[in-house]
Unconditional design. Sequence first.
Length: 242
Amino acid sequence: MQILIADDEPVTRHLLQSLLESWGHRVVTAADGGSAWAILSQPDAPRLAILDWVLPDFSGVEVCRRVRECADDDHPTYLIVLTARSAKADLVKALDAGADDFLTKPFHAGELRARVSTGVRIVELQARLSARVSELEASLRREEELLGLLPLCSYCRKVRDDGEYWRGLEEYLASLPDVRFSHSICPSCYETHLEGELGPMDRGELKGPRSQPETAATTPARGPAPAEPLGEDIPTNDGDRP
């Protein structure tokens, strides 16, 4: 996952970057609050950020506040505030500003890894949830289309979908969830295309030509099947034949 590190101390910034990259993450860095905010305000911004409390321009807590004010509910950013402060009032202030977690300096590498892993897990779960919600909303729109009026062309019989595209009726129905086709032949098409070759169609059957049911009145009773011939016997040594 791509992670932003915002810290004005080069040594701390380099240490964090080395640890995160060794755990398989991609890292972008910022040395001040303005640069951090510029990165996090982009559409493709990192979904996890580690922000030092004290930064030039404005603090990491202020960055948290700005991120939450412009939050993308579908793709929220997980924010960890890193600071030497340890008072409960500071923790409350950071969380009220929109931080998701709080890590005090000097930090332990194992604790940092655990907190980052928690953030990654939450971000990934939120992404899957958002994708699922989008799928359900799309399915609901399609169901509403089926229950309502379908725009149908009077000439070519194409259907206009919710994306304003005109599509063939079969193509449109195939795009709906849980819709499968069972192709058959209606009586009119049978008469037009197949009756001359296969004979009249039973009007009670709509899927194909008439098949005669086997009943006592129409089909003779079947006896045991005759034994199949076995061919000639192999001659014996004395020349006997059947």
